[in-house]
Design a protein around this ligand. Structure first.
Ligand SMILES: C[S@@+](CC[C@H](N)C(=O)[O-])C[C@H]1O[C@@H](n2cnc3c(N)ncnc32)[C@H](O)[C@@H]1O
Length: 247
């Protein structure tokens, strides 16, 4: 059986919930915040690594950036491309694995957003992704990463949640951290129209210091941590682990 992050059925089934309307509505504000953090303006070149349906890539293109959007999922890329064409936006879409995509010194800004890092059991593969991001930036370029951080997760942790979905179903999430809290095992059970689908999703959980270390060891000169894309501190009220790294 395929590992969850290479399972197209998982991404197809979960797309309406992962990318619900409010997630799309959040994207412009997230872009406002990260552009300010990275202090960048159009028409600079931006890489959106693990772009999904293109929430951020499309918004950046609307604002005049030259965007390259990379994802392994062909269906997501096709949907994003259709939307770009509808709006007359020029975006370069590339189907590639984050462990392999690397374009030497090509971008002013690289993005990896909404917990798109930490998927691989072998930590060396995460390091490969960080090294690729570093190599793909121009000297002086910035990386913005945003994910669920260990410090936040331990503060808000619930071992299970039931939520109704917009389409009349229910999503049950069960969570089990590894004993050292570096890895999270999740069971997602979707119940819709009498049908039940279950997925096991597991990924590495980075604390602030862990993420900074991986980025520094991948070549970045300096790493600043924030609690969201608006630049709030990574403190006891932080919502997300956000890193701004400087090449
Ligand atoms: C949680 S989604 C985030 C999407 C997007 N960044 C957003 O904020 O809407 C994670 C994305 O990573 C992609 N992905 C998963 N494994 C990947 C890999 N090995 N290489 C490239 N993309 C991958 C998935 O297809 C999915 O689109």
């Amino acid at each position: 059986m395929r590992v969850w992050h290479e399972d197209d059925d998982f991404w197809r089934t979960m797309a309406p919930y992962l990318f619900a309307k409010r997630r799309w509505e959040d994207a412009p504000t997230e872009i406002d915040g990260l552009l300010q953090l990275a202090d960048i303006s159009p028409p600079s070149g931006v890489l959106d690594l693990c772009c999904g349906l293109g929430r951020h890539a499309l918004e950046l293109a609307r604002r005049g950036f030259r965007v390259t959007a990379v994802d392994r999922n062909a269906e997501y890329l096709a949907q994003a491309r259709t939307q770009a064409e509808k709006e007359g936006l020029e975006v370069e879409f590339v189907q590639e694995d984050m462990r392999r995509f690397r374009r030497s010194s090509a971008f002013h800004l690289a993005l990896n957003l909404y917990t798109s890092f930490g998927y691989f059991e072998d930590p060396q593969e995460d390091r490969q992704v960080a090294q690729n991001l570093y190599a793909s930036l121009k000297p002086g370029g910035n990386l913005v990463m945003e994910m669920m951080g260990r410090e936040v997760l331990t503060r808000i942790f619930r071992d299970r949640d039931w939520q109704p979905t917009d389409d009349g179903g229910f999503l049950l999430e069960e969570r089990q951290p590894s004993s050292d809290w570096t890895w999270m095992n999740n069971r997602w059970i979707l119940v819709k129209k009498g049908e039940v689908k279950e997925f096991n999703i597991s990924h590495r959980i980075y604390g602030g210091a862990d993420l900074a270390r991986v980025l520094l060891e991948s070549g970045f000169q300096k790493v600043m941590l924030f609690g969201d894309l608006q630049g709030s501190p990574y403190d006891h009220k932080a919502k997300r682990l956000t890193a701004l790294a400087f090449k």
